[in-house]
Design a protein around this ligand. Structure first.
Ligand SMILES: NC(=O)c1ccc[n+]([C@@H]2O[C@H](COP(=O)([O-])OP(=O)(O)OC[C@H]3O[C@@H](n4cnc5c(N)ncnc54)[C@H](O)[C@@H]3O)[C@@H](O)[C@H]2O)c1
Length: 268
């Protein structure tokens, strides 16, 4: 523990489990208080379950166990008004906001001829418009604080042409454009905007049909998902360390970057 973000107040979406929980705990370990947002319920278009209210409560408990404050809020990032209300309430409780981590995301899998408009809508609505709603809810508070950091969680799929998850890949590329544009627009307020690009991490985001497609129907595409470094996956904490850096003042002049935590998958 080195207090790298001591006293900072940080919003994390998708915080009930997986990497969102890991980001919240890593930030809390280094002295941050957190607003924790998650939808805590299923999305019918997805082939895997999302988190529960118990998961979100557990993240909050683990943060408090580290001696930091946690304000859990159930909200859907797709709902701009609900996000603004949740963030405003959380920030009122913490007394301000210094950073936001737009981490909530979903994935669908399929070949081009099985991917539906509904797949596109749920993925873009959550991953792209949801991240926009998160930034928009946070920005007024960051301006009030005299500056801050927006960290938007993209993917290796936001850099390369990851196949069989086309809406997801498009959404994660879209996050880069959105973040670059915001980085320009918000620099005048000393607000930094960066994206993080993880390779595979073992979480609840497990679209089994993708694994089937890659091992059978389109095994020829499997190598596109192989890391250069000799690890099949990285740990959530590896990605949280990048988030921690971008939130911290160590990165005070870092904006408009795409930070890869990808074991080299994007150089393949
Ligand atoms: N797991 C990976 O291999 C991987 C790789 C690269 C990038 N990512 C990205 O990392 C982020 C976190 O993913 P994860 O692997 O921890 O997945 P996860 O499914 O374990 O966690 C995602 C969390 O987001 C929440 N969420 C989903 N839709 C939401 C919505 N509409 N509103 C609010 N909350 C919502 C879920 O309930 C869940 O708690 C995502 O943006 C994902 O795209 C994941």
């Amino acid at each position: 523990m080195t207090d790298r973000v001591a006293g900072k107040r940080v919003l994390v979406t998708g915080a009930a489990r997986g990497m969102g929980r890991s980001h919240a705990l890593r930030l809390a370990e280094e002295g941050a208080d957190v607003v924790l947002v998650d939808v805590c319920g299923p999305l019918p278009q997805l082939e895997y379950p999302l988190s529960s209210e118990d998961d979100l409560a557990e993240t909050a408990r683990l943060v408090r166990e580290l001696g930091r404050r946690a304000v859990p809020k159930v909200a859907d990032v797709r709902d701009a008004a609900a996000m603004q209300a949740a963030v405003d309430e959380g920030v009122a409780e913490l007394g301000g906001l210094d950073a936001s981590v737009a981490n909530a995301g979903v994935i669908t899998a399929g070949t081009w001829d099985t991917t539906t408009p509904e797949d596109w809508r749920v993925v873009l609505d959550t991953n792209l418009i949801g991240a926009w709603n998160t930034c928009v809810a946070a920005i007024p508070h960051l301006i009030a604080a005299g500056g801050g950091s927006l960290v938007n969680i993209s993917s290796a799929a936001g850099i390369k042409g990851s196949p069989l998850t086309t809406p997801y890949t498009a959404s994660k590329h879209g996050l880069v454009g959105m973040s670059l544009a915001l980085a320009n627009e918000l620099a005048v307020h000393s607000i930094r905007v960066n994206t993080v690009h993880p390779t595979g991490v073992a979480t609840g985001m497990a679209p089994m049909s993708l694994f089937g497609l890659l091992s059978e129907t389109r095994a020829d595409l499997g190598s596109l998902y192989e890391n250069a470094l000799p690890v099949p996956m990285v740990e959530a904490r590896d990605v949280s360390n990048a988030v921690l850096h971008l939130v911290s003042d160590d990165a005070r002049y870092v904006t408009g970057t795409q930070m890869k935590v990808d074991a080299g998958v994007t150089i393949r």
